[in-house]
Design a protein around this ligand. Sequence first.
Ligand code: ASP
Length: 447
Amino acid sequence: MIKTVKFGGSSLASALQFRKVKDIILADPSRRYVIPSAPGKRDPDDIKVTDLLYSYYEKISSGVDSAHIESRIRSRYLEIVEGLGLALDLSSEIDQIFSNLKNGYGQDYAASRGEYLNGLIMSDYLGFPFVDAAEVVLFDENGNFLSEETNEALKKRLGNLNTAVIPGFYGAMPDGTVKTFSRGGSDITGSLVARAVNAELYENFTDVSGFLLADPRIVDDPISIGVITYKELRELARMGACVLHEDAIFPVKEAGIPINIKNTNSPDDIGTLITSSIGQQSNHEITGIAGKKGYCTLSVRKSGFNSIRDFENRVLTILQKEKIPCESIPTSPDSISILVPQKSYYSKEFEVLSQVHSAIHPDAIYLDSDLALVAIGGRGTRTRDRIADRVFAALAEANIHIRTIDEGMKDLAMVIGVADRDFEATIRVIYNKLICDHCMHDAVVKS
Ligand code: ASP
């Protein structure tokens, strides 16, 4: 059996965390291909090494003194090497990196060094060969990711390596220039490696025991879900749930490799399995509660408009032209209301209004701003029917006014809009109603 294991930044933030990671890897011989992130935060006030690298790059590019950031980055790594008692000489590597940066290497190169250096430490610490991602994760000359070519390169390079450490987050263009994925991209590298080595499982180690049903910054100690499908997860991620990098799902989904989200600090917890279909019913009716602030609804009214589709299309075309993404389009016979991210709308408001006026001659245009969306993920329409009354009653009791409702999106039971300022309270009320009440009911039934 082959497992690909990816460790996030908080799992590799210190020597202590590296030790936990080594124990996890050595506990299971099938954990053969390891993808490290850069060192993350050691405590809530700490700064991730990747963020330090970005700000270092910004400072030297604008000629500002950055020696203090350089020494902060340097000491993060040297503390880990020392704390692990390794004989590895990382100083010359670090010197080379800073000299390259002073000589004009780019921003992606700067950001990628967080993973690169952590990969060197991990390889030395585990005794696994180091494979530089720049050789096997490939981008074209315009920086577009090359999926098939990467798969071939990884297969070829890893084919005769029984074990390896491949740093996450970056690759290279044909001329060797380093190129990174977007933030959180080590998840993608893990997924690409899992596909290339035909892994049975892609274990993604983080600092929580699986995919939590709600954001732990909002709900105290939320429970995690046992199994969720790629599709369900994608819908929730689109609505703001923070789990995996969105692009990490495609490679393993295509290859039929499940992802197991696990906790480095509590590795015996089973975590969450993400797979293409679920063979069991969830204990809870819902798969998650997620949301985003900063929306507004643009409503355009024109009475007696006899071809509503054309009316709708014309407004949507204008928004598309101005590159304003639309979230959903609840429609009534003589008006349409479109949910749009407030910031993008405000930056183009003048253009949109003038075009809508001249294309449609509306009776009225309304804007309802400072809206937050809260999505409830659920399995099937029966879930929706069961939860709707309870959610509405609980929100009414908490004096939270629902400003818009959208039902029946694929893997989401419903999406509601509330005032931005009610966002956190809404999530807490829904969680308490649908999860805590259910847990209490379970406890009573069992006792
Ligand atoms: N270190 C990078 C970031 O902070 C990539 C990653 O952690 O996956 O975004």
